[in-house]
Design a protein around this ligand. Structure first.
Ligand code: CP
Ligand code: NVA
Length: 315
């Protein structure tokens, strides 16, 4: 694992390892630990806004002993002020890792191609691998009694859906993806996930009916109906996606102990009802916290010798 651009090529063992490492990071937070990333500098190059990804990476880097710097959309101008490949080459001479949040997924691929340091996708229009890893970790942590949980994703087949699919099937989860017609996840991502599912005992089922998705589920998951960059479509999407809201009636169809997840930011009353996100089934803020622990696991994996890092932590 040289870069983390999507979860397509991250193995099941690697995902399980990252989840185990994130769990250790969570339990050992606050304990005195050797600074695993002392002498490293991480650059966050963001072309879209962020709360969780930016802050969790900054705090993770600092708690591991690394320096961190944030480059805002106005500062660099990828492919506007300067060619993406040149920015990648220059940053590779200053810092040890770049977390890039951008629009077109091809930009992060181009950046990684020209960089000589690890590049982490901090979200593109097509993938959000750090979120997908955190979601897998949170589901494993919160649904411990279910080795093959049923995860119902409702709404837009977007970047978060793609990364959830890619991570979830590798851990043997059963993914039900309910979207309006025309908003299903990428056929290529689905086909690859269905192939993986055959090996892991999981499954991927696409549907349009929210009740079919929610019935008996262990996890209900939703995301915004209009992602960053789709602001012009908000009104149209609000009408199209209205039947896909997670509300109390839908939650009542899930297992009694079902949990509700959302990557945030959330729009109460749109994709998720207030009583659900703020209710007893919600694990949305645990999920947000877990971003921090997973970012540490990712940084350690990319910037230190992986197996010895986990062995040292466990000792
Ligand atoms: N979930 C997530 O990535 O949040 P931010 O956009 O605030 O980073
Ligand atoms: N799908 C959302 C996720 C935000 C974390 C977006 O891309 O805006």
């Amino acid at each position: 694992m040289q870069h983390l651009l999507t979860l397509a090529d991250v193995s099941a063992d690697e995902i399980a390892y990252l989840c185990a490492n994130a769990r250790l990071m969570k339990h050992k937070r606050g304990a005195i630990q050797p600074p695993a990333l002392a002498g490293h500098t991480i650059a966050l190059l963001f072309e879209k806004p962020s709360l969780r990804t930016r802050v969790s990476f900054e705090v993770a880097a600092r708690e591991l002993g690394a320096n961190c710097l944030y480059l805002s959309p106005q500062e660099v101008g990828l492919n506007k002020r300067e060619a993406t490949a040149d920015v990648a080459r220059v940053l590779s001479r200053y810092v040890h890792c770049v977390v890039l949040r951008t629009f077109d997924h091809a930009t992060v691929e181009e950046f990684a191609h020209s960089a000589s340091i690890p590049v982490i996708n901090g979200l593109t229009d097509a993938h959000h691998p750090c979120q997908g890893l955190t979601d897998a970790f949170t589901i494993v942590e919160q649904c411990e009694a279910q080795p093959h949980p049923i995860v119902a994703y409702l709404g837009d087949g977007n970047n978060c859906a793609h990364s959830l699919l890619q991570a979830g099937v590798k851990l043997g989860m059963h993914l039900r993806i309910a979207t309006p017609p025309g908003y299903a996840p990428s056929a290529q991502v689905v086909a690859q996930a269905q192939c993986e599912a055959k090996r892991t005992g999981g499954s991927v089922t696409l549907m349009t009916d929210t009740q079919e998705a929610a019935r008996g589920a262990d996890v209900l998951y939703t995301d915004v109906w209009a992602s960053m960059g789709q602001e012009a479509e908000i009104a149209d999407r609000r009408a199209i996606f209205a039947p896909y809201r997670i509300d109390a009636a839908l939650l009542a169809l899930a297992r009694p102990a079902a949990i509700v997840l959302h990557p945030l930011p959330a729009h109460r009353g749109d994709e998720i009802a207030t009583e659900v996100i703020d209710g007893p089934h919600s694990r949305v803020f645990v999920q947000a916290e877990n971003r921090l622990h997973m970012q540490k696991a990712i940084l350690r994996r990319l910037l230190t010798t992986s197996q010895s890092a986990l062995a040292n932590l466990s000792a």
